[in-house]
Design a protein around this ligand. Structure first.
Ligand SMILES: NC(=O)c1ccc[n+]([C@@H]2O[C@H](COP(=O)([O-])OP(=O)(O)OC[C@H]3O[C@@H](n4cnc5c(N)ncnc54)[C@H](O)[C@@H]3O)[C@@H](O)[C@H]2O)c1
Length: 422
């Protein structure tokens, strides 16, 4: 353990109700010894955030990526921030085989989360895995079962749960400040086409030789090497659920968090490829998606996403019978009351409307999310996005993909954890 963490804290931690067993950390200076799997866009960012959040409690001693340039960048980042030289790998299993690694961060494309998380848990590692938890409902359920068996800490990368504005919104809803909440509107609008759909760049220097195509494909359908698929994986069903599992899951997850919900009982989604140029751009997933969710207890989410106009940005509007809380772009919280056409009850009109601005509030959210994970590994806290919550978030996303692709409404049985088409 880090020298920062006193003996007294450790004893207090050991008594922490429900906390995982204290980690017999073995890294240099007794810090949590981390193995980093993938240093693409997200991996590099989250690593920086972790270093910012808990610089004295971690050492990243091994890094893996199947694209040589990203592996080199990851190593450089560790050397410049962490001041140590990590071992480098193209096969993540080398990291899992190292007994001294306590925890891994899995920052790979969606379709690899299942295989890697299961293997990490079986190797006795604690896991921080990016959202969505897995590529299918069934894979996610298997991860949940494996995590229970392993008794290890799992944090899913739905960092809105660590965002102070959503935490405030949750407290306000619990206090009854917007009355009963039956309806939430959530949306994400973008207009990014500078590089390509979803604004991806394919590095010009990338080749079949410096990208490990087979390891990227993993258990997905075997195909010929294709740079577009490797670097723009989000555009293909083999590796991604598209908007549903990439953006929507954040928003259904945070709606569950703020309003105290878990899983919907149905989803009807529709959309298509309207904006992206299907003749010249490769890719399969839609750029336009609407999804309607019903929950068992009179609760409804109206979701929409479009990649051709960003005027409204993104956010969630929690529409209570007595007022509205909007969290916009993860950095603005706006509270307004219902006016009841000039006849608002006294307890409602007495409430003060306000707007709180926290520019760039996703940065501290990611920092706090990684800190929460590392402290949970140390036995000092519980994770705020445990594996069950990650699976609940992913279920909403997968239901939308299933509904969209089959052009049918999907019914979800929360007891049997099975879906069927209506
Ligand atoms: N929580 C958030 O707000 C948020 C934001 C962005 C992305 N994400 C998630 O992060 C994950 C990664 O997304 P990204 O945008 O960084 O993608 P990316 O394409 O930029 O990076 C993926 C990296 O994984 C590497 N890789 C591919 N196969 C590998 C393998 N078998 N072993 C090791 N490395 C491998 C690639 O070379 C690349 O460096 C996704 O699950 C995505 O949904 C989360």
């Amino acid at each position: 353990m880090s020298t920062e963490i006193s003996r007294r804290n450790l004893i207090r931690a050991a008594a922490f109700a429900g906390a995982p067993a204290l980690l017999p950390a073995q890294g240099a200076n007794n810090r949590v010894n981390v193995g980093w799997i993938a240093t693409g866009t997200r991996g590099a960012h989250v690593m920086k955030m972790m270093y910012n959040a808990v610089p004295d409690n971690v050492i990243v001693s091994a890094v893996c990526d199947t694209y040589a340039a990203n592996l080199a960048k990851g190593k450089d980042q560790i050397q410049s921030i962490g001041k140590n030289t990590p071992s480098t790998h193209v096969d993540y299993r080398d990291i899992l085989n190292s007994k001294s690694i306590d925890a891994v961060f899995i920052m790979t494309p969606e379709h690899l989360h299942h295989e890697m998380t299961i293997a990490a848990l079986r190797a006795g590692k604690h896991v921080y895995v990016e959202k969505p938890l897995a590529h299918t409902i069934e894979e996610g359920a298997e991860i949940v079962r494996e995590a229970k068996k392993a008794g290890k800490v799992v944090q899913v990368g739905t960092q809105n749960r660590s965002n102070s504005l959503y935490i405030k919104a949750k407290e306000m809803v619990a206090k009854g400040m917007i009355g009963e909440v039956h309806y939430v509107r959530a949306f994400w609008y973008r207009n990014a086409l500078e590089q390509s759909p979803w604004n991806y760049v394919i590095p010009t220097e990338s080749t079949e030789q410096n990208t490990d195509w087979k390891r990227f494909v993993g258990t997905a359908k075997n195909r010929q090497f294709d740079k577009d698929r490797y670097f723009r994986w989000r555009l293909y069903w083999d590796y991604s659920g598209g908007i549903s599992t990439d953006l929507l899951v954040h928003q259904t997850d945070i709606t569950n968090f703020v309003c105290g919900k878990t899983e919907p009982v149905s989803c009807a989604a529709s959309g298509g490829l309207y904006r992206w140029d299907t003749k010249n751009d490769k890719g399969e997933v839609p750029d336009t998606l609407s999804a309607l969710y019903e929950y068992a207890d009179k609760f409804h989410i109206n979701y929409s996403c479009y990649f051709g106009n960003e005027n409204f940005g993104y956010g969630e509007q929690f529409m209570g019978n007595e007022g509205t809380i909007e969290v916009l772009n993860r950095q603005t919280l706006r509270f307004t009351t219902e006016k009841f056409r000039g006849k608002a009850p006294a307890h409602v009109s007495a409430r003060k409307e306000f707007t709180e601005e926290k520019p760039g509030n996703d940065v501290p959210a990611v920092q706090d999310h990684t800190k929460n994970f590392i402290r949970a590994v140390m036995g000092l806290e519980k994770v705020v996005a445990p594996v069950e919550v990650g699976q609940q978030a992913a279920i909403s996303g997968h239901l939308a993909t299933l509904s969209l692709r089959n052009n049918r409404k999907v019914l979800w049985d929360t007891k049997t954890q099975k879906y069927r088409f209506s």
